[in-house]
Write a protein that binds this ligand. Structure first.
Ligand SMILES: Nc1ncnc2c1ncn2[C@@H]1O[C@H](COP(=O)(O)OP(=O)(O)OP(=O)(O)O)[C@@H](O)[C@H]1O
Ligand SMILES: [Mg+2]
Length: 342
């Protein structure tokens, strides 16, 4: 595989989905409250991280891709905070601030090097007709700029709205750009015709409504689900076991997707799927965020002309790096370079 990581600078990728503010309140505990049998945390500092779709965008930006994000926030302090953080990380934001929404945030109270409590703020409700129209017209006006679109669905309402997700996928198909989905839940109708969906094993079990035990069963079920929802590719992430990629592409089959369009006829694509990609055993600190890194690197990889097989292999290595980091942290270009040399 030939890969020049500096090519990421030319990639333009749009992330659409549920953005969240991850807040950490760090403190120390020296006594128990006289009011109730609970520790008193004396607050020392607060730190913030981009969560959900924001973390996918952060992974892209830290690889050097030109990254945009489109999401719905509340018209509140957390929404303003997210906007500032996106700007500080060179991510162009197309946020819609909606009165009826509350910006999703998760606040962890940390003391004695552990989490004492997590406070979530979110309000999940259906999008109004006007908001749906506003979102879709915004997306239509910018979508031509990108080589790939990532739908980061955390099930918080935005991409759960079938008209939104279906319209984005059909727009991408129309203008021949790849659309990759990190899915949530059992109902995948809205992801039909996506270029690629990236469930983890548990998410595949749920949508397939079966318990998958052997690798043979995994491949068969992947093929069944891929066919059922007419996906070009299905990438199942399997935690420490790595990944399973299935795809419908072979060099005889013409396709509307930009990846195929760019590669069709140029070089003979050797279809290598089904493909099981193992991980190298690693010291794992924190698996959270690994799925975000996978979909970011996959999109970045195909946007610079890698095959899906190669992009998945690179994403697998990148995810192996982030699970070795404490907390949710993105992959950097230098880390990716290093892990690709080994
Ligand atoms: N123990 C591990 N060693 C090496 N790589 C790992 C390990 N666990 C996960 N990975 C890498 O991370 C990828 C994604 O992991 P996983 O299947 O757990 O995703 P996920 O459940 O979507 O994660 P998330 O918590 O971010 O939603 C795997 O396909 C693999 O490449
Ligand atoms: Mg995931």
């Amino acid at each position: 595989m030939k890969i020049n990581l500096n090519d990421f600078e030319k990639s333009k990728i749009l992330v659409i989905g549920d953005i969240m503010l991850d807040c950490y309140l760090w403190g120390k505990v020296e006594r128990i409250s006289p009011e109730a049998p609970v520790p008193i945390v004396q607050s020392l500092k607060r730190t913030y991280m981009l969560g959900g779709a924001g973390n996918v965008a952060l992974n892209l930006a830290s690889l050097g891709c030109q990254t945009d994000i489109m999401a719905i926030c509340g018209d509140d302090g957390a929404g303003g905070q997210l906007k500032e953080m996106l700007e500080a990380n060179q991510i162009t934001s197309h946020l819609i601030f909606d009165d009826a929404h509350l910006t999703i945030s998760k606040t962890r109270i940390m003391a004695l090097e552990q989490q004492l409590l997590r406070i979530d703020e979110e309000r999940i409700h259906a999008l109004s007709y006007d908001l749906k129209e506003a979102v879709l017209s915004k997306i239509k006006s910018i979508i031509n700029r990108y080589q790939a679109v990532i739908l980061s669905d955390y099930g918080k309402g935005f991409l759960k709205t079938p008209e939104i997700t279906e319209s984005i996928i059909s727009l991408c198909r129309e203008i021949k750009i790849s659309v990759l989905v990190d899915p949530k839940g059992k109902d995948w109708e809205r992801y039909q015709h996506a270029t690629c969906v990236t469930p983890n094993s548990a998410e595949l079990n749920i949508v397939a409504d079966e318990v998958i035990e052997t690798e043979q069963e995994l491949i068969e079920t992947s093929e069944r689900i891929r066919n059922q929802y007419q996906l070009d590719w299905l990438l199942v992430t399997r935690g420490a076991k790595g990944m399973c990629l299935t795809g419908r592409y072979n060099s005889k089959e013409k396709n509307t997707n930009s990846y195929y369009k760019d590669n069709f006829g140029k070089k003979e694509h050797q279809n290598q799927t089904p493909l099981l990609i193992p991980t190298q055993a690693r010291q794992v600190y924190d698996v959270s965020g690994a799925g975000d890194t996978v979909i970011a690197v996959l999109a970045a990889g195909i946007s610079i002309g890698l095959s899906f097989e190669d992009a998945a292999a690179v994403a697998n290595k990148a995810a192996g790096v982030v699970v070795g980091k404490l907390g949710t942290q993105p992959i950097t270009k230098d880390e990716l370079k290093e892990v690709l040399m080994n």
